[in-house]
Design a protein around this ligand. Structure first.
Ligand code: SIN
Ligand code: CO
Length: 398
């Protein structure tokens, strides 16, 4: 992606300008971010996804007696009738299940993959929404069809209503209001209060149009959780022999009259254990890469439909592309894929970095792979992490 090229998606800003001026700083309203945008999934396709195991979904219904929330899977028969106002169905991670949703998410890869999360799609009947709230991550709210009225505000008071099954602000103080139509998009930085309510809309055919909103969401590591996860992985990297673990020893421990007090020697033993785990900065990078590429617990990779054609791979007659569910990143010494790390250097490292950035390699690019790299790609293929193109041949690869 050319990060200096002006994009309609970002109201004529280049990704470089957007990141400098708006990212994590202030909202941006983009009229016709994607002109003529058509929903990628019909309402019924969305409902089918919401009914599936391993797909995160929620149904939120606003009633006279308050909010009701049901976690998925949500069978279609448990959805309220379309004539009932004030309900919404939200499906998370649609990019993992639908190729066009995955392709849409790729347009936002001007932010690092370590930050990009998923595409959530919501359908709402008139008056439907999730209530005034704030998110802890950046979000682009793209109106896919119909209309939604957004009210937003930069309030300090983020107190939530008690006893409600979802996060609703107790005192919402909107400062700005925008009516979004299909193709319009609103960017909000983390912590910005917002409330989007579906409005009735009719299409060119005079039929009611579904209110569908696509949220391009980002991941935000939480410091303490990240530290806990990293330390856990770092301890696993330790070269200590598991049959001969390094044990705390205290031959100098005197008899104590205060048995509940922590021994000072144990405190230094613990400190040294943590410092030793952090000693090699490459290990920290490795743990971080594994952690950031770990697939969500709901992700299940499909068995490959065709066998890895090692002949074609060796002769590089077929390109490859990563499965939509695969997370692949790298640092100066490793490549990371779906929670695993591999040391890489030289030409193979460059090729793997290219695969991670492009999410694909053409037959021509693959020709640069060493035998060891091809074997690794074969393993990843067998795990369902990448696919081999079927039709590519060297002659038509330019
Ligand atoms: C929605 O699509 O209704 C909710 C999106 C959000 O507020 O983050
Ligand atoms: Co939100």
């Amino acid at each position: 992606m050319d990060i200096n090229q002006s994009l309609a998606l970002l109201a004529g800003l280049s990704p470089a300008q957007f990141m400098r001026q708006y990212w994590q700083k202030k909202p941006l309203l983009v009229r016709q971010a994607i002109p003529g945008f058509q929903p990628l999934l019909s309402r019924s396709a969305l409902c089918k996804l919401a009914a599936r195991e391993h797909v995160e979904s929620r149904l939120i219904v606003q009633q006279a007696k308050g909010w009701r929330m049901k976690q998925g899977p949500i069978p279609p028969r448990s959805l309220p009738p379309l004539s009932q106002p004030g309900w919404t169905l939200l499906v998370q991670g649609v990019d993992l299940h639908d190729a066009s949703a995955h392709a849409l998410l790729q347009r936002f890869r001007f932010a690092p993959d370590a930050r990009l999360d998923d595409l959530m799609i919501s359908f709402a009947t008139t008056g439907g929404g999730v209530g005034p709230h704030f998110d802890s991550y950046d979000v682009f709210l793209l109106q896919a069809s119909g209309r939604r009225r957004w009210r937003i505000g930069q309030q300090k008071d983020l107190t939530l209503q008690p006893g409600v099954p979802l996060k609703i602000l107790q005192n919402f103080e909107p400062e700005q209001e925008f009516l979004l139509e299909a193709g319009d998009m609103l960017y909000l930085p983390p912590g910005y209060a917002h409330d989007g309510v579906a409005e009735a809309a009719v299409g060119g055919d005079r039929n009611a149009t579904d209110c569908m909103t696509y949220s391009i969401g980002f991941r935000v590591p939480i410091r303490n959780e990240l530290a806990a996860e990293l330390l856990h992985r770092l301890a696993e990297f330790s070269e200590d022999d598991v049959r001969l673990p390094r044990l705390y020893r205290d031959p100098g421990q005197p008899a104590t009259a205060t048995p509940a007090a922590l021994p000072a020697g144990l405190v230094s033993f613990a400190r040294q254990a943590v410092l030793d785990a952090l000693k090699d900065p490459r290990d920290l990078g490795c743990a971080l890469g594994e952690c950031m590429t770990e697939p969500k617990s709901s992700v299940v990779f499909d068995e490959p439909q065709v066998d890895w054609d090692s002949g074609a791979a060796k002769a590089s007659q077929a390109g490859i592309h990563l499965d939509a569910r695969t997370r692949m990143m790298y640092d100066g010494a490793h490549v990371f894929i779906n929670g695993e790390s591999y040391r890489a250097k030289g030409a193979d490292a460059s090729l793997m970095q290219q695969l991670a950035n492009q999410r694909s390699l053409s037959a021509r690019e693959l020709r640069k792979a060493s035998v060891a790299a091809l074997a690794l790609l074969g393993d990843w293929h067998d795990a369902g992490w990448l696919r081999q193109e079927q039709n590519e041949r060297p002659d038509n690869d330019n």
